[in-house]
Design a binder for this molecule. Structure first.
Ligand SMILES: [Zn+2]
Length: 539
């Protein structure tokens, strides 16, 4: 356990030391003492984040930035003793769905305890602006900064959101004018600080866009040197084709491409994972700026409505529900759902993780096969009932991926971990449902299980994948490295104990092993506990 010196005791000591040496760091405007640094993390094992081997030393922080590294003395307002501990840049989660939820977990609860100091929202084609609650990213950023946040937030603009605003939720082609409007909205948001554009092409209404329509938007992102992140049109039977068309779109637009949560879903497709990697390597070797990410688990998580065929998922919630009640269309949907369940290996592989109405909350934590038995219904009949009663908002976790593939993806030099999840908290509104454990443990599981226990890579490489590599994907120029002039987002953790604790059955459990967390120079977690200070920024 790291020791800390209280601010008061240390100030006393440094005043005496400074006076006796006749040092000239006094500032009469302040309290009579002006130390060289605000904070020093002393005597740690420093992992810079670039993948190089660590060095022993101290890190000095001044005005929120890293001011010095190495043998830097002890002139500081506060000193964090990191003896025997790893010191690394804060982790950067470039695929998050935190969006508006940061308001209900201002510290960044489930994220910060797994070491995440920067969270990137607006993924899978959906952003919470520019629409309804927040007219633009700047309104959102201002609001969350005003209420104080514990972690940094960055955001993409969702292509599905743009299409929803300009065209609506039906499967109709975009006119030239529609495309012009979407490009205009996108450009405005990029100029106000959005880091790029995302697609979620298994979701509506984004999926109704043609590839040509998407390329037009990507060109805007490319012109601003921003990133394109994509949840592809397909991640199972046609995943190779989906990846090929993704690469084609990014190539046409000359945009930086991040393939989101790369996977070969369902047992029949597991053999495709090395082929996907080959496609990405080939694109990279041809000069394309491409990489991918993946959460550290074999189960996915999404809405149960993804089981409804795309053509029946257009329009309003009422329109979709009416189709589920229509004799002819219902039969087609049932056939599609049963086929999908079979490919997933059965209804036992799909677990219900959210429901709002009291009578449906009893199904949370049970798989669809169990729920069907509990209700004396067939699998589809149960799904239809709960989808209708919950007005289509039911979250699920699906167990359909392969461990060897996961290891291959996480250890590949172009792969990096993500949560693919909103922030959660064991208390308050966000505690009500049962999230995928990745909300609490994707990064600590990556470092603790896949790096330390399974030895997929050394710690320097693992830290690079959590820091400078994701920073480079989204063009973050001043975070992700321990380097003078960079923002002071820093972790002090025990490399022998850092680990996730969240499980599918009990997800609301914080990760352990990270003792101290500094965000923009603000000591936010001390000895594993919140200090009450908030240093996060949205811009
Ligand atoms: Zn997604």
């Amino acid at each position: 356990m790291a020791q800390t010196i209280s601010r008061r005791n240390f100030l006393k000591g440094s005043v005496v030391a400074g006076a006796s040496l006749g040092l000239s760091f006094y500032d009469s405007n302040k309290l009579g003492v002006n130390n060289q640094f605000d904070t020093i993390i002393s005597n740690g094992v420093i992992y810079s984040g670039d993948g190089s081997q660590p060095v022993k030393g101290s890190v000095g922080i001044k005005d929120g930035k890293i001011a010095a590294i190495g043998n830097i003395g002890d002139s500081a307002d506060q000193i964090i003793d990191a003896k025997g501990m790893a010191v690394s840049p804060g982790f950067i989660d470039i695929h998050s769905h935190t969006d508006g939820n940061i308001r209900y977990a201002q510290l960044g609860d489930s994220k910060i305890y797994q070491g995440i100091t920067t969270d990137v929202s607006g993924n899978c084609g959906e952003s919470v602006f520019p629409q309804s609650e927040w007219k633009s990213i700047s309104d959102y950023n201002e609001e969350i900064e005003r209420m104080k946040i514990g972690i940094n937030i960055r955001s993409y603009i969702g292509q599905g959101t743009l299409r929803h605003i300009v065209i609506g939720d039906n499967d109709v082609p975009a006119t030239k004018d529609d495309v012009k409007k979407m490009k205009y909205l996108l450009e405005e948001e990029l100029e106000k600080g959005a880091i790029g554009i995302t697609c979620g092409l298994e979701y509506t209404p984004g999926s109704y866009a043609t590839n040509d329509e998407i390329v037009e938007l990507l060109k805007v992102a490319a012109r601003h040197d921003k990133t394109f992140a994509i949840h592809m049109r397909n991640e199972d039977n046609r995943v190779e084709e989906a990846l090929a068309e993704t690469i084609d779109m990014a190539r046409k637009a000359k945009v930086r491409l991040q393939v989101s949560h790369l996977k070969a879903q369902n047992e029949a497709n597991w053999y495709k994972a090395p082929k996907l990697i080959k496609q990405i390597e080939d694109a990279r070797n041809s000069g394309m700026d491409i990489a991918f990410d993946r959460y550290s688990y074999n189960a996915f998580s999404t809405g149960m409505s993804i089981f409804i065929p795309l053509k029946y998922r257009q329009g309003t919630t009422d329109e979709i529900i009416a189709r589920m009640k229509d004799d002819v269309q219902e039969k087609e949907i049932a056939k599609y759902v049963n086929n999908k369940l079979e490919q997933l290996g059965g209804a036992k592989n799909v677990m219900v993780t959210s429901a709002k109405t009291p009578e449906n909350r009893k199904f949370i934590g049970y798989n669809v096969e169990e729920c069907a038995n509990m209700t004396n219904l067939s699998n589809w009949e149960f799904m239809k009932k709960i989808l209708i009663e919950e007005r289509l908002i039911v979250d699920i976790v699906g167990f359909s991926m392969n461990e060897d593939n996961l290891k291959m993806l996480l250890s590949h030099p172009l792969g990096m971990p993500i949560t693919d999840c909103s922030v959660y908290s064991p208390v308050g509104k966000l505690a009500e449902n049962m999230p995928h454990p990745r909300a609490y443990g994707s990064f600590t599981r990556f470092v603790g299980k896949y790096c330390r226990e399974e030895k997929l890579m050394d710690l320097s490489s693992a830290i690079k994948k959590c820091t400078s590599l994701p920073a480079s994907r989204i063009g973050l120029k001043n975070r992700g490295l321990i380097q003078v002039g960079y923002m002071a987002d820093l972790l002090v953790f025990n490399p022998d104990t850092i680990i996730d604790r969240a499980t599918y059955a009990e997800p609301h459990q914080y990760s352990t092993g990270i003792e101290h967390i500094i965000v923009n120079g603000v000591w936010t977690i001390a000895n594993g506990m919140p200090t009450g200070e908030f240093g996060g920024r949205a811009s």
